[in-house]
Design a binder for this molecule. Structure first.
Ligand code: ATP
Length: 367
């Protein structure tokens, strides 16, 4: 069952269209990540759902009811917004209880509900503190408890982790995911951080220029991006421009890149463009040491040789930049780098990637 349905929602500011014919549904208990670059209309979409902004056209339905005429506090929506900070003059318990008073929760039930929520966000015992006496991470947890307090039909989280430093951000992300799943909250999380979107969402919606460009599971968004923009925005990519030389019946096309190398790409027929932008994800590239000179292409496997330019050991991963002889660079990422032999700058290497790991897009699509 769809808890939320947006139908053809548009919002303009003067000549500028911030949200452009957006239609969106979300099923009960699911977490949907709304991902896109700054200014693409994510927050405006959320504000329209919450009732803070009126759309110029289109409808918002919550559990099948058009809520267009309802004020924000009349919609049973839990909010954690960037500009919706904790009330500094209220204790933690009062902050959490705030929405319950508005929504008519019986007074006698409020203390036990606050207690339950405080333990859910792992802040039991801090009820009497004021926000200024909490760390940034603790404040965000109180804000989350406040958003969940009325057992809302939909929870809207706008950049819930953006104010936190990298380590805390990761910790709280895992916690947030667990809390949302444990209470079965139907949630939309707005973020411009692709890793956050992919890890939090059951599904990811990518927006650009006020429009939805793709909706899919995190795996689909990453492995089968709808266009060049999504490929570029989600994950790291190596790009080549190629002209199609030939195509075989089993879907393998040979492209000549602008650097003069030949690359094989295995795609569906509809993606065999004559002029194409070719994308290879760094983690799909296998690197081997000791290659010299040109190497013949194996069947459905691309082999390029180059020289290591830079090695960056980033925790469990190692990022290796390879300089290709005919200009161009290639980034390869080795997972669990600690367990495999390292590379050093200046070392000749062989980079190998499968034809089916080459994503093909019609050339010229802007990124
Ligand atoms: N009240 C307003 N008046 C005029 N323009 C606005 C108003 N609110 C938003 N906009 C514009 O609409 C566009 C979308 O804004 P929105 O806040 O939805 O983007 P966003 O995707 O959430 O970006 P960010 O990640 O930076 O928060 C932006 O170009 C913004 O400048």
């Amino acid at each position: 069952m769809n808890v939320l349905e947006l139908k053809d929602v548009t919002k303009r500011y003067g000549e500028f269209t911030a949200v452009d014919s957006v239609s969106l549904t979300i099923e009960k208990g699911k977490v949907l990540s709304l991902l896109g670059p700054s200014g693409c209309g994510k927050t405006t979409t959320l504000r329209i759902i919450a009732g803070f902004t009126s759309p110029d056209s289109g409808t918002v339905e919550i559990s099948g009811n058009n809520v267009g005429h309802l004020k924000p506090y009349e919609r049973n929506v839990g909010l954690l917004f960037q500009d919706y900070a904790l009330f500094p003059h209220m204790t933690v318990a009062q902050n959490v209880a705030y929405g319950m008073r508005y929504r008519g929760t019986p007074k006698s039930e409020i203390p036990s509900r606050v207690k339950q929520l405080m333990s859910l966000v792992q802040l039991a015992g801090m009820e009497a503190r004021y926000p200024s006496q909490l760390s940034g991470g603790q404040q965000q947890r109180v804000a989350l408890a406040r958003a969940l307090a009325t057992d809302p039909q939909i929870v809207l989280l706008d950049e819930p982790l953006s104010a936190l430093d990298a380590k805390l951000r990761l910790e709280l992300r895992i916690e947030l995911k667990e809390i949302l799943r444990s209470v079965g909250a139907t949630t939309i999380v707005v973020t411009h951080d692709q890793e956050e979107a992919l890890s939090l969402g059951d599904e990811v919606v990518v927006m650009r220029g006020g429009k939805i460009v793709q909706r899919g599971s995190p795996t689909q968004i990453y492995a089968a991006p709808a266009d060049k923009f999504v490929a570029e925005f989600v994950g790291r990519s190596n790009w080549f421009h190629g002209s199609r030389l030939s195509s075989s019946r089993d879907g393998v096309s040979i492209y000549v890149t602008s650097e003069g190398s030949e690359l094989q790409a295995k795609t569906e027929l509809s993606n065999q463009h004559d002029n194409a932008d070719l994308c290879v994800r760094p983690e799909n590239i296998e690197l081997m040491g000791g290659a010299v000179g040109e190497v013949a292409q194996d069947s459905e496997c691309n082999v390029v040789v180059g020289v290591v330019l830079d090695v960056a050991p980033l925790g469990a991963d190692m990022h290796v930049v390879v300089e290709l002889p005919r200009k161009g660079r290639l980034l390869a990422i080795r997972k669990n780098a600690g367990r495999s032999p390292g590379f050093v700058p200046g070392q000749p290497v062989r980079a190998q990637f499968s034809a089916s790991d080459v994503l093909v897009f019609k050339a010229g699509g802007s990124v």
